[in-house]
Design a protein around this ligand. Structure first.
Ligand SMILES: C[C@H](O)[C@H](O)[C@H]1CNC2=NC(N)=NC(=O)C2=N1
Length: 95
C-alpha cells in the first residue's frame, strides 16, 4: 500500500541518507573507489533478490545513486523502507 507523505517523512527520520521526492526514496553514496562501490552494489543486489524488490540505481566510478519505489503501488511502500534499511546496513560496513 502506497504510504502518504507524512508517514514517509516520519519513517525517514531514522534514515538520514535518504530523501523523499518524485514519489520515491533517493540516496547517494560515495566510496573510496570503484571496487568498493561495486562490492557494495553486489551485496545490495543479493539483498534485492532476497526481498524481491529492486532499485533504480546508477553508478559512476565511486558514486552510487539509488531510487526506491514500488512500481505496483505507484509510490513508496514499506517494502522500500525495508530495502533502504538493508542498504544502510550494507553501506555502513563498506564505506
Ligand atoms: C513480479 C515481481 O514480484 C514484481 O515485478 C516485483 C519485483 N520487484 C519490484 N521492485 C520494485 N521496486 N517495485 C516493484 O513493484 C517490484 N515488483
Amino acid at each position: 500500500m502506497k504510504l502518504d507523505a507524512i508517514t514517509i517523512e516520519k519513517n525517514l527520520l531514522h534514515l538520514p541518507d535518504w530523501d523523499f521526492y518524485e514519489d520515491a526514496l533517493h540516496a547517494e553514496f560515495e566510496f573510496d573507489n570503484f571496487k568498493d562501490c561495486f562490492s557494495a552494489m553486489s551485496r545490495i543486489a543479493f539483498e534485492c533478490e532476497a526481498q524481491n524488490h529492486h532499485p533504480n540505481w546508477s553508478n559512476t566510478y565511486n558514486i552510487l545513486k539509488i531510487s526506491l519505489s514500488t512500481h505496483d503501488a505507484g509510490g513508496v511502500t514499506l517494502k522500500d523502507f525495508k530495502l533502504a534499511e538493508a542498504i544502510e546496513a550494507i553501506v555502513e560496513v563498506e564505506d
